[in-house]
Ligand binder design. Structure first.
Ligand SMILES: Cc1cc2nc3c(=O)[nH]c(=O)nc-3n(C[C@H](O)[C@H](O)[C@H](O)COP(=O)(O)OP(=O)(O)OC[C@H]3O[C@@H](n4cnc5c(N)ncnc54)[C@H](O)[C@@H]3O)c2cc1C
Length: 308
């Protein structure tokens, strides 16, 4: 593979799997797009990129109506509606302590450095003009389709791609070194999850409010203090960012695969990453998807592509 479109985390990880590939990134300069909590289920990304991760044990809890509760149907459904806007299965069913891998805080910067001059900044890839050579795209599926729509055939039933923006706030805590996550299913606040990673507290809100003072968010901060037993007044706020592509709402799986198949078959585009494949995956899955793409690219008959 000679070209990777997109220099986000998926594109930069992919650049380690295809060490000769050029990365085309639309942004003019490096800017980390992921500010929410970042944990990995395995060390697959660490092994591929050569960046050392730390293995930690994470404790989890659900905070509801002023106390910790066990998982139940009401909490799970409220949480899912808050995060995705629909009732579906989310991870709050399992509260067992889990082993996770943590990337260093400058993970993105380290990736940028190791991919180096292979990244071409400020290049808006024209998908239509790249048809003669296969390439990997990490650009969001609706962006890729929009780019191709100009004069190419599109499969029928292109769906509406719905996504929800999120707000992420970070603090540095004094004298903390724990790995904990609390879920907040109640709709009285937009806060849905808060996590402490070492001494960094990350709070995620299911909204990008426009008003400067947001009572629902304010209430969430109060709930963080009560659930974690900490005083945010003693913490240093590091940043407050809004992420336009937060959670994505799934589209029917058959259609999703049909779109990806069509893009590969007619345009030589191999989709990689959460937004390109339009499914709520973690970056561990990107590594296994890279293996699938390598296999498909080697023997890309229609039959093989359809099986993927
Ligand atoms: C709240 C939240 C929590 C998460 N938690 C975790 C976690 O704990 N662990 C984990 O592994 N993952 C997690 N994720 C997922 C992870 O954030 C994403 O998988 C990852 O950030 C997506 O990166 P990406 O490179 O696929 O997409 P993006 O970051 O969107 O990168 C795509 C890039 O393509 C560029 N682009 C688009 N169109 C073009 C074009 N035509 N030409 C050139 N460039 C173009 C864009 O500028 C962009 O830089 C989480 C996500 C969210 C929202």
């Amino acid at each position: 593979m000679k070209t990777i479109v997109g220099g986000g985390l998926a594109g930069l990880i992919a650049a380690h799997a295809w060490p000769q590939a050029t990365v085309l990134e639309a942004a003019q300069a490096p800017a980390p797009s992921h500010r929410a909590l970042l944990r990995f289920r395995s060390d697959a990304v660490a092994r591929l990129t050569g960046i050392e991760f730390k293995k930690v044990r994470v404790n989890k809890g659900i905070w509801f109506d002023g106390s910790f509760i066990g998982p139940n149907i009401r909490a799970a459904n409220l949480y899912s509606q808050k995060v995705l806007g629909s009732v579906g299965d989310r991870s709050i069913w399992n509260l067992d302590a889990v082993d996770r891998y943590i990337a260093p805080p400058d993970f993105y910067e380290q990736l940028i450095q190791s991919v180096g001059s292979r990244i071409m900044w400020g290049v808006q890839a024209d998908f239509h003009g790249m048809h003669n050579k296969p390439f990997v795209s990490t650009a969001p599926m609706p962006v890729a389709l929009g780019n191709l729509r100009r004069d190419t055939f599109l499969p029928p039933g292109i769906p509406e791609f719905k996504r929800k923006g999120i707000r992420v706030r970070r603090w540095e805590l004094k004298d903390a070194n724990v790995f904990q996550t609390v879920y907040y299913p109640e709709h009285v606040t937009t806060l849905y999850r808060a996590s402490i990673t070492g001494n960094t507290l990350i709070a995620e809100f299911a909204d990008m409010p426009t008003a400067p003072i947001n009572p629902s968010e304010q209430y969430g901060l109060h709930e963080i203090e009560r659930s974690f037993g900490i005083d945010l007044g003693r913490a240093k706020e590091l940043e407050r960012v809004d992420q336009k592509f937060g959670k994505i709402e799934p589209i029917p799986d058959d259609l999703r695969k049909e779109i990806m198949f069509w893009m590969t078959q007619t345009c030589g585009i191999y989709s990689l990453g959460r937004f390109a494949t339009w499914r709520n995956i973690l970056l561990d899955d990107v590594v296994s998807d890279i293996d699938v793409i390598k296999r498909l690219a080697r023997r890309s008959t229609n039959y093989d592509l359809r099986k993927a």
